[in-house]
Design a protein around this ligand. Structure first.
Ligand SMILES: Nc1ncnc2c1ncn2[C@@H]1O[C@H](COP(=O)(O)OP(=O)(O)OP(=O)(O)O)[C@@H](O)[C@H]1O
Ligand SMILES: [Mg+2]
Length: 299
């Protein structure tokens, strides 16, 4: 079953002599539960493609379907909610909010939605990410590898069916890179989450099931190394559980936080301080979500 399909996707920046055809007609689909690596030289259009799949940019032409839905027909605010609940984005430069703790950064997509935090899920993630004893720390009190793990936690907190990672190991040493890839593999194999990961590193690309290479805004090669669901003990079950998660996110988002607060086994931050500081920083947070600051410096 396919989770994402892009059709003749084009992205043109600037006009006349400044025109850059970042993506020049890309079509492919990704199967549910797959782990796909995207490679290609600098400037080939990888990040542009990922941002379009992650709904943080808009195509010049072409379509993106997620779970069969033509996503760019949605309104801006619907897109933001859809993205927050269904897609997990991980960037090379982490994009954490400096004034929020590890735990608050990780639960940001839930706080932004005024949703209820599933404490069990949060603790499980903190444990898997090796951040349990760092939960109250601020980003600047963490190593690069730990900061990247927080951003992975933030991408996974809503258990999104689709996880998109833009060079998640780009800033890390070999040991931390390996750990980050292991975490993504774990999300893929244990929870059946679909992963699309950009990488420059051939060894890391070879950990995926399928490698797509982009050149000059087009697909230059597309090869399958392993079956979809490689390493997943019970793939059908994992994928099914994962779709339930996604459905649950959709449902709980529709209800009011107050209404679900006592019905669910989730907890709200007791002081409300986190929500307040998220609100205060909302504009900033939205920019961070859309990767509108740090990543641009690298272009
Ligand atoms: N906002 C923008 N305005 C103008 N041109 C842009 C913009 N963003 C990207 N580009 C151009 O589009 C092309 C593709 O950029 P993209 O960031 O997708 O490349 P990439 O494959 O991710 O490269 P890298 O490996 O260096 O991250 C590049 O030529 C880049 O200069
Ligand atoms: Mg890039």
């Amino acid at each position: 079953m396919e989770i994402v399909r892009v059709e003749n996707l084009k992205k043109i920046y600037g006009d006349d002599e400044n025109e850059v055809r970042a993506l020049n007609g890309v079509s492919f689909s990704v199967e549910k539960g797959d782990f796909v690596a995207i490679t290609g030289s600098s400037g080939s259009g990888k990040s542009t493609l990922l941002h379009l799949m992650g709904l943080v940019d808009t195509p010049t032409s072409g379509k993106v379907f997620i779970n069969g839905e033509d996503v760019y027909t949605k309104k801006e605010d619907e897109l933001a909610i859809y993205r927050r609940r269904q897609i997990g984005l991980i960037y090379q430069f982490y994009n954490l909010i400096p004034t929020l703790s590890v735990q608050e950064n990780m639960t940001l997509p839930v706080l932004m939605d005024r949703g209820t935090i599933n404490k069990e899920r949060m603790n499980e993630l903190l444990e898997q990410l090796g951040l349990t004893d760092r939960r109250k720390h601020l980003p600047n009190q963490l190593s690069g590898g730990q900061q990247q793990r927080v951003s992975i936690g933030r991408a996974l907190i809503n258990s999104p069916a689709l996880v998109l990672a833009d060079e998640p190991t780009g800033n890390l040493d070999t040991k931390n890179s390996r750990e980050v890839v292991e975490l993504l593999k774990y999300a893929n194999q244990k929870y059946g989450q679909t992963i699309v990961m950009i990488t420059h590193d051939e060894d890391i690309a070879l950990q995926a099931n399928r490698i797509i290479t982009i050149r000059d805004g087009k697909i230059a090669s597309d090869s399958r190394i392993r079956e979809v669901g490689h390493g997943v003990s019970n793939r059908a079950k994992a994928v099914e559980e994962n779709s339930n998660f996604a459905e649950k996110n959709e449902r709980s988002g529709k209800e009011k936080t107050d209404e679900i607060a006592d019905k669910s086994n989730g907890v709200k931050f007791s002081t409300g301080k986190s929500v307040e500081s998220v609100d205060k920083n909302r504009e900033f947070v939205e920019k961070i979500e859309k990767n509108e600051n740090t990543d641009k410096e690298s272009k």
